[in-house]
Design a binder for this molecule. Structure first.
Ligand code: DHB
Ligand code: FE
Length: 286
């Protein structure tokens, strides 16, 4: 049976990808951010997942305003990246796991979700940057991926409660999958940031810390926020917390094994959280 090893939340700011390409991880600007990642990288090197299920938000590379699914599940054998205009070089393709993808699709539809299924899907910086951060020694990560896109572009957006419930349905589908697979669930984006409008540059470190605190043991406290409240508290793009809540929904009773926060990273509250669900994780963290 497939098993969920744990969950990881991480920011996905494109400038991180540029810093990696330029080898700037040790510069004064970047060191406090990249310094947070080795414990997460070590946890992945130790637990060696076969597949990463990645909740992310497409920023206009794969979907645009003309056609915008609320939830879209990748069911491809391979996912390609393409130039988004951020000046990043195009990342190598990442292998998919269509069998697990379809099991997740079946599982969430059986639980009354209506996702779009994508047998072709371009992945943007919200997938490629986290993979580069978490597996820095690999051009392409040593895992297959199942990308799940959540609409944060075209209103109306799904609620925090709905995204958390989607994560629960995805988690149940993974655990019901009959093949022996170790799975890590990743949520990318956030935390607080606003890139445009009158409040461009807005960031709320106090709220980010509250999210990091509550998401492990009391995620329901966060799912009670409306999207308008989240935008007010975390900025227009801070709504990317939705991906973290979907990731958390896929977990049962995780243990916080690593957390890092550094702000700003570009315009964003840069955050990383590792939640472990493997047996014995509690003892390790204690
Ligand atoms: C930035 C953050 C994002 O989440 C994103 O998708 C693009 C840019 C930023 O802070 O620059
Ligand atoms: Fe983003």
């Amino acid at each position: 049976m497939a098993k969920i090893l744990g969950g990881i939340g991480t920011s996905h700011v494109p400038a991180i990808g540029r810093a990696i390409a330029r080898g700037e991880q040790q510069t004064p600007y970047w060191a406090p951010f990249f310094g947070g990642y080795p414990p997460a990288q070590r946890w992945l090197a130790k637990t060696r997942p076969d597949v990463a299920v990645v909740f992310y938000n497409d920023h206009g590379l794969n979907f645009f305003l003309d056609k915008m699914p609320t939830f879209a599940i990748g069911a491809a054998a391979e996912y390609r990246n393409a130039d988004e205009g951020w000046g990043l070089s195009v990342a190598p393709p990442v292998a998919g796991d269509p069998e697990l993808s379809w099991a997740i699709v079946e599982g969430v539809v059986a639980r009354d979700f209506d996702p779009t299924t994508c047998q072709e899907m371009l992945i943007d910086h919200a997938v490629t940057v986290p993979l580069q951060l978490l597996w820095p020694d690999h051009a392409a990560p040593p895992v297959r991926i199942v990308p799940i896109a959540i609409n944060t572009v075209q209103h109306p957006l799904p609620s925090a409660r709905r995204c958390f419930a989607l994560g629960q349905a995805v988690g149940a589908a993974i655990e019901a999958f009959p093949r022996d697979l170790d799975v890590v669930v990743i949520g990318t984006g956030g935390l607080s940031h606003q890139l445009d409008g009158e409040r461009a540059g807005f960031l709320n470190a106090a709220f980010d810390r509250e999210c990091l605190e509550k998401i492990v043991d009391e995620p329901e406290a966060l799912t009670r926020y409306t999207n308008d409240e989240l935008v007010e508290l975390a900025g227009t793009q801070g709504i990317e917390l939705l991906m973290w809540l979907a990731m958390r929904g896929a977990l049962r009773k995780p243990v916080r094994t690593h957390q890092h926060y550094h702000a700003p990273v570009s315009n964003t509250g840069g955050a990383l959280l590792v939640m472990d669900e493997t047996p014995g994780a509690a003892a390790l963290a204690a």
